[in-house]
Design a protein around this ligand. Structure first.
Ligand code: AP5
Length: 185
């Protein structure tokens, strides 16, 4: 099974939900930059204060800050990992490739979770996180389309991309992901 994974997809596609399940089931390090940033905000640190306003608008926090967080977690971790919500733009993807080359590791598979906008919106409005206000969700979707969606071609060109249908129950989606992880690249 592939054990060095990226989860890509729009806000609300279920990346966090599925990443957590998979990481528990297969003993992978689950690294969600969104969760790590929210922990910084809760801690009241200077970094958290800077990130909070950016996140409340649904914009991306600076690459340097996010990269420092990811580097800190991956260095010294020998096992498998699952990156959820990172990279988020081409600059982060390139920086990640340099970091992984340094660590003598490489991405084995990128799971792209696909879901129509109206379903994403409904899921997020029901969740009600601080940035799940309708106007902010629409901005997050726009940021995804402009900055993150170009990563789809980036990983498709490298033969790493596996799109999956993120509609249906959580168990159905988990099953689809398990199937692509054990299949041929
Ligand atoms: P982040 O935390 O990454 O949020 P996101 O990408 O907007 O993703 P979500 O958490 O909203 O959705 P998800 O796909 O994980 O879905 P989930 O499983 O939660 O980022 C938040 C902010 O942090 C960004 O806007 C940015 O400011 C900053 N940030 C983070 N990473 C960054 C980076 N690398 N660079 C710069 N800035 C960064 O599911 C959503 C809901 O749907 C849940 O309620 C869940 O229970 C439900 N659900 C899940 N699956 C199903 C299902 N099958 N059926 C029904 N409901 C379901």
């Amino acid at each position: 099974m592939k054990r060095r994974l990226l989860f890509l997809g729009p806000p609300g596609a279920g990346k966090g939900t599925q990443a957590q399940r998979l990481a528990e089931h297969h003993d992978l390090l689950h690294l969600s930059t969104g969760d790590l940033l929210r922990a910084e905000v809760r801690s009241g640190s200077e970094l958290g204060r800077r990130a909070e306003a950016v996140m409340a608008r649904g914009e991306l926090v600076s690459d340097d800050l996010v990269l420092a967080i990811v580097r800190h977690r991956l260095e010294g971790h020998g096992g498998g990992w699952l990156l959820d919500g990172f990279p988020r733009n081409l600059g982060q993807a390139e920086a990640l490739e340099h970091l992984l080359a340094e660590l003598h590791q490489e991405i084995e598979l990128v799971v792209l979770m696909e879901l129509p906008d109206e379903v994403l919106l409904q899921r997020l409005l029901q969740r009600g996180r601080a940035d799940d206000d309708e106007a902010v969700i629409r901005n997050r979707l726009e940021v995804y389309r402009q900055q993150t969606a170009p990563l789809i071609d980036h990983y498709r060109d490298r033969d790493l991309l596996r799109p999956i249908d993120a509609a249906g129950t959580m168990d159905e989606v988990s099953e689809r992901i398990e199937t692509v992880l054990t299949g041929p690249v």
